[in-house]
Design a protein around this ligand. Structure first.
Ligand code: PGU
Length: 479
């Protein structure tokens, strides 16, 4: 402003104003007008709702109490509550150190991942019918598939189990794929609601796409038995449905990586074409590397080439290619017999620790004389216990005991250790003292979680209650 005044003062006549105008034009960009336009662009952007899972970690980090426990996110921790670098990963890292990290590592990573999911001896690889691409972990693999679905089955919906991993709703919402749900869990018996599931599969229009958790279902910790998978697969054949398996926890259901693929084997034996998202986040402890694989089993090699080319093209416009370091680690471990044996052993170790903690926690609660029936802690499998704790319990646990979990009462058992299990058992006993034996019944969300703003530490549990009406079957469409 002062520059403008000084210069204009030098102008002897009004005709010499043009340079002054130029300067005035520059001066429009003064502090005030710049800041105004900067604020203008995104003025209408509201703060995004907290993520139901990641928001729990944020609240945990902000808590300074030394007794705090994070049972929110499903990532493995050792008995000291620390993230684990598996020995096989450390050894593989030393072996690939200095290796030229070119795009060529893709091939062996995808081949090894597909063998792990579809079976070593499956002839599918020789038949070249599997279109597989590396993906940005399990999330990225699901997102890529959702995008592929929208492009090549634009009229289709995705059927998601109710309940499911909350991000499934957001992934398919952002891909603009309409969502439907199918019943999965019976809150009263805390078991698979098999009859309802079959009913919903049967009543879905022919040629529907279903997302299935092949093992260690998140959040319920309940999987169909092999016999039930056979029945589901048979019904899928009759209805010509497409199964998309989201396998984020291979190994965590039984401790045996191969046994955990039983759902895929059943469907493959029945001749289905399938899709599969694989994640190495949990079973290799590679959370920071974002390593995953998306594969689609096609009718023949020609189809597989076309599908793969489309997957590559979709990924190219979204993020190019995933980083190769994690994929190199995984392919090294899967292709080296010694490293693979070590990995298999370490997966078993993680699963045994979690199931040991289930037994210990259950025993402690019984010892405390809890009136609540906690048997489901030991009956459920995988990383989570779908406890049945209500939002008000979750609230109290966070406020009074500094114990954090998602509002649906899901506890990540991987966060339970010998050092904190007594404290946790006491807290659980304390907040459920007034409950009767059968009172811990989960209310299932009545609408897609992604559609609503979830309270993280709600001031009143009434906000949470809005999400529930006890009706487990909800159909909804995202426009
Ligand atoms: N699919 C399911 C069923 C999952 O539970 C998860 C992770 C993923 C896919 C994504 O796997 P990434 O390999 O990590 O991309 N669910 C965890 C982790 C936290 C989160 O929401 O990302 C959980 O706590 O539910």
């Amino acid at each position: 402003m002062s520059a403008h005044l000084n210069l204009s003062c030098k102008s002897p006549t009004p005709e010499l104003k043009p340079p002054k105008i130029t300067i005035m034009w520059r001066n429009l960009g003064t502090k005030r007008s710049i800041s105004k336009s900067r604020h203008g662009w995104w003025r209408n952007v509201p703060i995004a709702p907290k993520d139901p899972i990641l928001g729990v970690t944020e609240a945990f980090i902000a808590d300074t109490n030394p007794n705090k426990i994070n049972l929110g996110v499903g990532s493995y921790r050792d008995d000291e509550g620390k993230p684990v670098v598996l020995q096989c990963v450390g050894k593989a890292a030393a072996l690939i150190d200095g290796e030229f990290q070119s795009g060529e590592s893709d091939l062996s990573f995808v081949t090894e991942s597909v063998k792990l999911a579809y079976g070593e001896n499956s002839g599918l690889m020789q038949e070249r019918r599997v279109a597989g691409v590396p993906a940005l972990s399990g999330t990225g693999a699901c997102r890529l598939f959702a995008e592929f679905q929208r492009r090549f089955q634009p009229e289709s919906s995705i059927y998601l189990p109710m309940p499911t991993w909350s991000n499934h709703h957001m992934i398919w919402r952002d891909a603009l794929v309409p969502q439907r749900t199918y019943r999965y869990y019976d809150s009263e018996s805390k078991r698979l609601h098999f009859a309802a599931l079959m009913n919903d599969v049967k009543n879905a229009p022919e040629r529907s796409l279903f997302l299935l958790h092949p093992c260690a279902h998140n959040p319920t910790g309940i999987d169909p038995s092999e016999e039930q998978w056979r029945e589901i697969s048979h019904l899928f054949q009759v209805k010509k449905h497409f199964p998309f398996f989201d396998m984020a926890y291979q190994g965590f259901a039984t401790g045996d990586l191969q046994k955990d693929t039983k759902a895929l084997r059943v469907f493959l034996n029945d001749g289905h074409l399938i899709g599969c998202a694989q994640s190495f986040t949990k079973n290799m402890g590679l959370s920071g590397q974002r390593v995953g694989c998306l594969s689609i089993l096609c009718a023949d090699e020609r189809q597989a080439i076309a599908v793969k080319s489309q997957l590559h093209q979709i990924a190219r416009a979204m993020y190019g290619k995933p980083p190769v370091h994690g994929a190199l680690l995984v392919s090294k471990i899967l292709s080296d017999p010694d490293l693979k044996a070590l990995w298999v052993h370490e997966v078993k170790g993680m699963v045994d620790r979690i199931s040991g903690m289930r037994t210990t926690l259950h025993g402690k609660l019984e010892k405390l004389g809890s009136s609540v029936d906690w048997k489901h802690i030991v009956k459920q499998i995988g990383m989570f216990c779908y406890s049945g704790l209500k939002p008000e319990h979750v609230d109290r646990l966070a406020r009074e005991f500094h114990i954090y979990m998602t509002y649906d009462g899901r506890l990540s058992m991987a966060g339970v250790t010998n050092a904190n299990v007594d404290y946790l058992a006491n807290a659980l006993h304390e907040v459920t003292k007034s409950e009767g034996a059968s009172s811990l019944v989960v209310s299932l969300p009545k609408a897609p979680i992604a559609e609503q703003t979830l309270p993280i530490l709600a001031d009143s549990s009434a906000q949470w209650e809005e999400f529930f009406d006890g009706d487990s079957r909800q159909d909804f469409i995202v426009d």
